[in-house]
Ligand binder design. Sequence first.
Ligand code: ACO
Length: 429
Amino acid sequence: MEQTVKIILDGRTYEFPIIEGTEGERAIDIRNLRKETGLITLDPSYPNTGSCKSSITFMDGERGILRYRGIPIEQLAEQSSFTETAYLLINGELPTRQELNRFSVMLNDHSLVHEDMRHFFENFPRRAHPMGILSSMVNALRAFYPELQERTEEEEIDITFTRLLSKVRTMAAMSYKISLGHRVVYPRYDLTYCANFLNMMFDSPVRPYVIDPDLVQALNVFWILHADHEQNCSTAAVRLVGSARVNLYAAISAGICALWGPLHGGANQAVVEMLMEIQAAGGELEPFLARAKDRDDPFRLMGFGHRVYKTYDPRAKIMKRTAHRVLAKQKRRDPLLEIALRLEEVALTDPYFVEHNLYPNVDFYSGIVLRAMGIPLNMFPVMFAIGRLPGWISQWKESVDDPGWRVHRPRQIYVGQGKRDYVPLEQRG
Ligand code: ACO
């Protein structure tokens, strides 16, 4: 029998159905709440609000579970590649060999960036943050690649997905090279997605880049772990902006802007900056922990805490292992990893962090992995953005394919002034 929730208001009873997801998550379906009762719900920052039904990613914050299309993140990180995972997220199933080959060929075919776009890049100030550059360039892609009438809608969407996945990676490497004043390195047909990126970032005429399969593997893992995370801030931004039926480039550009913030995708950069600060201050942890616990101090332990995970983020576990693995292969130590390990140990036994359920999130160790690859600090959020693209694309696709798709438009409770008359300027005190 269908379960319902009853609301009693002014002596009348209203019933609302409880709906259940495949993993037993339950929600009150309040779609008709306002129509029937005149009430709305108030849920600032949405911790209690489900904005959609989705069959892409499942996460359980209490048990530390993350699955893409049903497949545990641990299995994907161990056995899959980023391109295969992107295909899975966007299409719902793992590709056959033939499908994967076709997808890889398409990614290669679309990897070049219009030469005129280079002028854009070259005119950004040198100190501009790469996330600002990336969001502008992604938005500009629509101008360079307008919709073509001779293509079906499906072909157009397919090409747009591939173009985004492929070109954003090329543009990211391009912006890095231009920021150094170096010659841009073009994508190579013979290299895989991740190897190509590393080569475009680090190859140079004076020092040819030697591709290290361990780093390629680490990059695959890094991007797989970031590929989707259900209705997080940037994905919600993509869905919201997309609901106004803007083109996909504009919606993704909005997602990049949301991801830029230090409470979201900018956290990987902020973690390393924090670890460097601790190192520069002599490595003592206590002053930083004290600041993080002080309510009057805006400082937070970056890379700790999560809106949904109230236990160890499963991605952080894999990232920690990857950091150890990469550094061991490189036979080097990173003092920041040692500080991070000590910080984690102390925080996990500190009553404040225990009581607040604050555990390391994906960003806590990801910066160490990126440093080992040679990625510069200000490119860290860009690395996150490239990884999150398949998630944004698949979530956008799911929302536009939904027959009940409507423009997103929350309501509010107005608490401002009551009606009052306009006072002409000369009569104001
Ligand atoms: N350090 C110290 N205290 C913290 C931290 C932290 N990192 N995170 C949360 N808290 C405390 C808050 O001060 C608050 O305490 P109070 O209840 O005593 O006032 C309580 O824990 C709840 O915090 P909220 O900010 O309400 O939690 P919310 O779910 O809104 O925020 C967030 C989650 C933004 C991730 C937060 O934990 C944070 O700022 N962490 C640091 C930044 C970070 O690592 N971001 C990456 C997130 S993962 C991702 O985007 C990929």
